[in-house]
Design a protein around this ligand. Structure first.
Ligand code: EPZ
Length: 416
């Protein structure tokens, strides 16, 4: 299994072309199942999650070809409406294939995606909405059997603004005759990207980015060529890297508004930030002050996916920071690894209290999940001495060539 070896202390200088957004591209790939015409998605990074989604689409009978940063998908000859356990367990967000498979084939057999490293990840909100749309659902022996022959457009109110459930409903109703509405919808930018993509295919979706979304089902969707948005979480991770190491970097291809909750905190404590269009300039200040309070929230609040990276920054910021993880119940597994590097962190329930130290010390640490692994990379970039990170496959799920990007910026990092 690959490891990352980092010798900390180098400042970072240069430009990062921000990769396409994993959490936009996965639902866009699912949306391609809704048409029998060719779809081209551009700005697709080389990620384990993208390859796992490709395997699922192939098992459904779609043709898919990913070369350089393009995914060519044709779902003309879907032959199955089943997502087997062996595939679903590799990619829990496969659950939002349920929507397009029901929309296209009117039936589905989907393995329960199950929990993952950061929590139980139930799908009750997804299933409650589909049942309200008159989808007949039977849950048996780890599988979800759905009959959508009588699926009807419905006014839905989500108990919680679930990103995946919002996407599933949009995908299930895009070609369902009539108007489906979602109240208390998730507002994440990736959902706006999904709306924009569907509308380039002839869809009629309005309101994404607000808590109220309207989907007017259309007879059919046609092919499209679409460039996915930049990955705001990857961009935010590298912005935090600059704050931790010192130096000046430019992030190209991510809208500042998509990570405003992070940038506003960094600009008050550790960085000078300027942004013009999709370019964000981050210049680290000489002193890093602790961010007193951080609460993860649904968008546009502080993103849960940047909780681990921002904790890494707080471990070497002057003062005390109190972070509360409101979204997932088990998302502090990176803390015990950071403690091995000399961090001063106490976790009580959903809250982590971080007291900054001058610098961390290199150590052998283990990546436990995607964003926690990224946090360990950030910690290693600052630490005195050598940090060796194992289980790097977690990081490769969401960060394309992380060591190459950081090496180009001046970090002393290599994959072994
Ligand atoms: C999406 O997950 C993202 N994944 C996550 O990114 C992200 O952290 C999350 O949204 C929140 O922004 C993708 O887009 C592929 P939710 P999703 O449904 O859709 C609970 C990363 O690191 N919930 O908004 O699963 C759930 O357990 C990943 O890139 C229910 O209780 O997020 C969680 O506590 C991690 N019942 C909370 O809601 C449900 O039916 C947020 O889940 C659905 C969700």
């Amino acid at each position: 299994m690959a490891k990352l070896v980092i010798n900390g202390g180098n400042r970072l200088y240069g430009c990062v072309e921000v990769q396409g957004a994993k959490n936009a591209i996965l639902p866009l790939m699912a949306a391609a199942m809704l048409t029998d015409e060719k779809v081209v998605i551009k700005n697709v990074p080389n990620l384990i999650d993208v390859h796992n989604m490709s395997k699922i689409l192939l098992a459904l009978g779609a043709d898919i070809d990913i070369s350089s940063d393009r995914a060519l998908i044709s779902a003309a000859n879907l032959k199955s409406s089943e997502i087997a356990h062996i595939l679903a367990k590799e990619l829990r967000s496969s659950i939002f294939l349920l929507g397009p498979v029901l929309g296209r084939l009117k039936q589905a057999k989907v393995a329960y995606p199950g929990g993952c490293d950061i929590g139980l990840r139930p799908i009750d909100i997804h299933l409650k909405a589909l049942r309200e749309m008159n989808v007949k659902i039977v849950e048996r022996s780890g599988y979800i059997y759905c009959d959508a022959s009588k699926m009807t457009p419905t006014e839905l109110m989500l108990d919680y603004p679930s990103v995946g459930a919002t996407e599933n409903i949009i995908l299930a109703s895009a070609t369902l005759k009539g108007k489906t509405t979602i109240m208390n919808a998730a507002r994440e930018p990736e959902i706006v990207d999904l709306q924009n993509f569907l509308n380039t295919m002839g869809g009629n979706v309005k309101g994404a980015g607000t808590p109220f979304i309207e989907i007017e089902g259309v007879e059919r969707l046609h092919g499209s060529e679409y460039r996915a948005m930049g990955d705001r979480i990857v961009a935010g991770t590298y912005a935090i890297a600059a704050a931790m190491c010192g130096g000046e970097i430019v992030l190209k291809g991510c809208k500042a508004e998509h990570i405003q909750s992070l940038l506003s905190k960094l600009s008050k404590t550790s960085c000078n930030i300027k942004h013009i269009g999709d370019n964000i300039e981050i210049a680290a200040k000489t002193k890093r002050e602790a961010i007193e309070y951080i609460e993860t929230q649904p968008y546009p609040g502080f993103p849960t996916d940047l909780q681990a990276p921002i904790i890494a920054l707080q471990t070497i910021s002057h003062g005390v920071s109190v972070i509360t993880e409101n979204i997932f119940e088990n998302r502090y597994k990176h803390v015990c690894e950071l403690l091995k590097m000399g961090a001063n962190i106490r976790v009580k329930g959903r809250t982590a209290i971080v007291r900054g130290v001058e610098r961390l010390s290199g150590a052998e640490v283990i990546s436990q999940d995607l964003r926690g692994g990224a946090a360990l990379v950030l910690a290693g970039l600052n630490a005195i001495g050598t940090t060796i990170i194992s289980n790097v496959h977690h990081i490769d799920r969401g960060y394309e060539d992380i060591e190459k990007v950081l090496k180009r910026l001046g970090a002393d990092i290599r994959r072994v």
